[in-house]
Design a protein around this ligand. Structure first.
Ligand SMILES: [Zn+2]
Ligand SMILES: [Zn+2]
Ligand SMILES: [Zn+2]
Length: 117
């Protein structure tokens, strides 16, 4: 019963979703409040825009992301760890997020690079 919920934009930690989403988030590019990270707890978190790796959501989201088309900071990938990652816009396949997001995507309507689905 000690589950923790983390904001995917800043890593703030609360014991319930309602207390997390009740508080303001400085890093949410789309709204004012914290948004729960929906993936599993992991030993390493990867930015879904560039593949940068950190051991916690708060350290990942503390630094700027050059490839985030939506905001300024890294955002954790919330899918499961996989042996292959596919671009959600064009289906390009790579063995890790950083190599997938390193190359340009012709079909991404919001940004320039492939984004893992
Ligand atoms: Zn937040
Ligand atoms: Zn990033
Ligand atoms: Zn793509």
């Amino acid at each position: 019963m000690s589950q923790k919920f983390y904001c995917k934009y800043c890593g703030t930690e609360r014991s319930s979703i309602s207390s997390l989403t009740a508080a303001h988030c400085d890093k949410n590019p789309n709204g004012k409040y914290h948004v729960p990270y929906e993936g599993e707890e992991k030993s390493e978190y990867y930015c879904k825009f560039c593949g940068t790796e950190r051991s916690s959501i708060s350290s990942l989201t503390a630094s700027h992301c050059d490839k985030n088309s939506d905001g300024k900071y890294h955002v954790p990938y919330d899918g499961d760890e996989q042996s292959r990652y596919y671009c959600k816009y064009c289906g390009m396949e790579r063995s890790n997020i950083s190599s997938l997001t390193a190359s340009h995507c012709d079909k991404n309507p919001d940004g320039k690079y492939h984004v893992p689905r």
